[in-house]
Design a protein around this ligand. Structure first.
Ligand SMILES: [Zn+2]
Ligand SMILES: [Zn+2]
Length: 416
């Protein structure tokens, strides 16, 4: 028997943390924070035999240094790209926590401690710990992302992390060829929806860019630093329009290019990145806004980063456009903007006159691809996490597809 205890991401998106107890070893798969509210997972035991991080996003990696601050002394495993990128995100997150005036969950010394105790494990590789074997396989979500597989006591358990099965401009789709999986612990962010055709989305974005720049406007693209920024660069690079990058996306693109094996077209990305202008100071921002251009900047949900500077200056200009390119969490500046057309941030509350569109270039798989995956693997149990509607999805999987599916809440244990 293996006990799978969901410490975070049960019936919610955020703070992923799954404890697996094989009877002989205890492992933690992901240890993240809920980025929006700073909520943390249920406290884990510190007698762990290994921590495995599926990818760099803070809702999966963000509290790993806290394990070391609490006294964990063992190893953390992740791909070298995840290590490189998460280090940047963790430093930035600490900086944001300080700026907000909240008591930080860990100190810079704990990020260093985590780094020193990190062993890189690439996709396709595995490590033996005690009576168990843990492997990483590609997840197609962001550069460096992995699915994590545990083989122990005749059990084979696959944790998808965040996963995307189709190819995008940036990423090759996730590995799907697994055999004899007993249990899938699956993300279910989009358990309720199918994504629009990818090519249609890309074409629409190019059309908006063209219309906006021909009208002497600026196209503003708030984008997540990891994955989305690079994807947008690749989609827009051949249009002949000036592209300006700003914020964390610049550093993360540099880091991504250090791991060319994690992406489909490193040469094309390097070329697009080299050709893009970089704005780092307000004086440079003011100067790029003098001419029609495309600006790709953080943060993706408009809460922080240079996007605020651009919104302040551009919101009245109806020849300009803003396109949100990813999921906007409830309560964020981006979500309020999407729902009301008002930009409410930093003491400003204004109605935007810019042309607005929402194009979801999701890095998650949609409902149909999840179900296809389950049918292909045909596991004995499916444990749904990382979704707002996991209970509904579990019911549907049971009633319509005959799967033994669960939607545990945080703190709940399922034995397999
Ligand atoms: Zn993610
Ligand atoms: Zn996630």
């Amino acid at each position: 028997m293996i006990d799978i205890r969901v410490l975070g991401s049960g019936r919610e998106v955020g703070r992923s943390a799954i404890l697996l107890d094989t009877g002989s070893e205890k492992f933690m798969f992901d240890y993240g924070i809920e980025v929006q509210d700073g909520n943390v997972p249920v406290a884990p035991p510190l007698t762990l035999d290994g921590v495995f991080i599926s990818h760099a996003h803070l809702d999966h990696s963000g509290l790993t240094p806290q394990l070391y601050s609490m006294g964990y002394e063992g190893l953390t495993f992740m791909t070298s790209a995840t290590k490189n990128i998460s280090y940047e995100l963790l430093k930035d997150s600490l900086h944001v926590q300080k700026k907000k005036g909240v008591k930080p969950y860990y100190l810079p010394v704990h990020i260093n401690q985590m780094e020193e105790n990190t062993e890189t494990l690439e996709n396709g590789e595995s490590v033996k710990i005690g009576k168990s074997k843990v492997s990483f396989e590609s997840a197609g979500h962001i550069p460096g992302s992995s699915q994590v597989m545990l083989e122990s006591h005749k059990n084979k358990i696959l944790y998808t992390g965040d996963v995307k099965f189709i190819d995008t401009k940036l990423m090759k789709g996730a590995e799907k060829n697994f055999e004899n999986i007993n249990t899938i612990i699956s993300e279910s962010t989009y358990s309720y929806a199918e994504h629009p055709d990818r090519k249609g989305l890309e074409d629409r974005l190019r059309t908006v860019a063209q219309d906006t720049l021909y009208n002497d406007g600026i196209l503003l693209l708030p984008a997540f630093a990891v994955g989305r920024t690079q994807e947008l660069l690749l989609i827009l690079k051949d249009m002949g329009f000036p592209i300006i990058m700003d914020g964390m996306g610049i550093t993360i693109t540099e880091k991504t290019l250090m791991h060319p094996e994690t992406i489909r077209s490193p040469g094309a990305l390097a070329e697009a990145f080299g050709a893009a202008g970089k704005a780092r100071r307000d004086s440079q921002r003011a100067s790029v806004m003098q001419k029609p251009c495309i600006i790709i900047t953080t943060s993706g949900m408009m809460n922080g980063g240079p996007i605020g500077y651009y919104m302040k200056h551009l919101h009245k200009r109806k020849e300009c456009s803003i396109v949100q390119t990813g999921f906007q969490v409830e309560g964020t500046v981006g979500r309020i903007f999407k729902d009301t057309g008002r930009y409410v941030n930093d003491g400003i509350d204004v109605r935007s006159h810019m042309n607005f569109e929402f194009l979801d270039f999701s890095a998650h798989t949609d409902k149909n691809h999840l179900i296809d995956f389950y049918k292909k693997l045909n596991p004995e149990k499916i444990i749904l996490v990382h979704g707002e509607f996991t209970e509904d999805f579990a019911r549907e999987l049971k009633e319509e597809h005959g799967f033994d599916a669960f939607a545990p809440s945080n703190g709940e244990t399922i034995s397999v």
